[in-house]
Design a protein around this ligand. Structure first.
Ligand SMILES: C[S@@+](CC[C@H](N)C(=O)[O-])C[C@H]1O[C@@H](n2cnc3c(N)ncnc32)[C@H](O)[C@@H]1O
Length: 211
């Protein structure tokens, strides 16, 4: 359920977060996106839940034409600022969408959802199914989620994180049209408030649409 009131609360929550904290981005893209996109020829990219726009600006600097989507207008402003600062404003378009209720139009060689996680209801499987259908033939969907709880996180310590296989099965894609290329849970060192570090797990799902 993601009705009007809950949807408004979600938008206000994220808007407030970006307005209060401003720019936090450290200047590098999400590592699993960078590692994946480095091997791809640039084309049209869709960044779902773009946040401050670090990934969008990085992709655009590598020649991608990026559509960056978020529920929070303040996130889109930060994304546009990043793109302008990186000299790639002409390659980044921002679009305001609540992905629980709508989805951008278009067809993309890369659709990226990096930590598209929220304390509010988000019909993840439906969003990811639409993302897979938004791929151009031969295109790649890359989903990266937190697969463990950061020690400094407010997430319930009893949270069970779904496996990449469970998430992929839930998307419900026709095996004739889409192939999972990576279902994985790599570990990395994360840095939290005050420079504190911890080893955390990411959940990675990379899906290729048939050419
Ligand atoms: C955890 S942040 C990740 C941001 C960015 N992808 C990154 O890796 O830094 C989640 C992002 O998803 C956005 N978001 C949350 N719910 C959304 C929704 N229903 N529709 C669109 N964006 C949403 C938030 O505003 C936020 O920017």
């Amino acid at each position: 359920m993601h009705g009007g009131r809950a949807a408004d609360e979600a938008a206000l929550f994220w808007e407030d977060r970006y307005r209060r904290h401003g720019r936090l981005w450290k200047g590098t893209p999400n590592p699993l996106l960078a590692e994946t996109a480095e091997r791809l020829a640039p084309g049209r990219a869709l960044d779902l839940g773009c946040g401050e726009g670090g990934d969008a600006a990085w992709l655009a600097a590598r020649g991608w034409q990026v559509t960056a989507v978020d529920i929070a207008p303040a996130a889109l402003e930060l994304t546009a600022e990043h793109a302008a600062r990186a000299g790639v404003a002409d390659r980044v378009t921002t679009e305001l969408h609540d992905l629980a209720r709508g989805f951008p139009s278009g067809s993309f060689e890369l659709v990226s959802a990096q930590y598209l996680q929220t304390p509010f209801d988000l019909p993840r499987e439906r969003v990811l199914r639409r993302a897979a259908h938004a791929l151009a033939p031969g295109g790649l969907l890359l989903v990266v989620e937190h697969g463990s709880r950061h020690p400094w996180s407010s997430v319930d310590p009893d949270t069970r994180f779904p496996t990449p296989e469970e998430i992929y099965a839930g998307i419900g894609l026709d095996p004739a049209g889409w192939t999972p290329e990576r279902l994985d849970t790599p570990r990395r060192e994360a840095t939290g408030p005050g420079g504190r570090t911890a080893v955390v797990t990411d959940t990675v799902i990379a899906v290729r649409r048939a050419a």
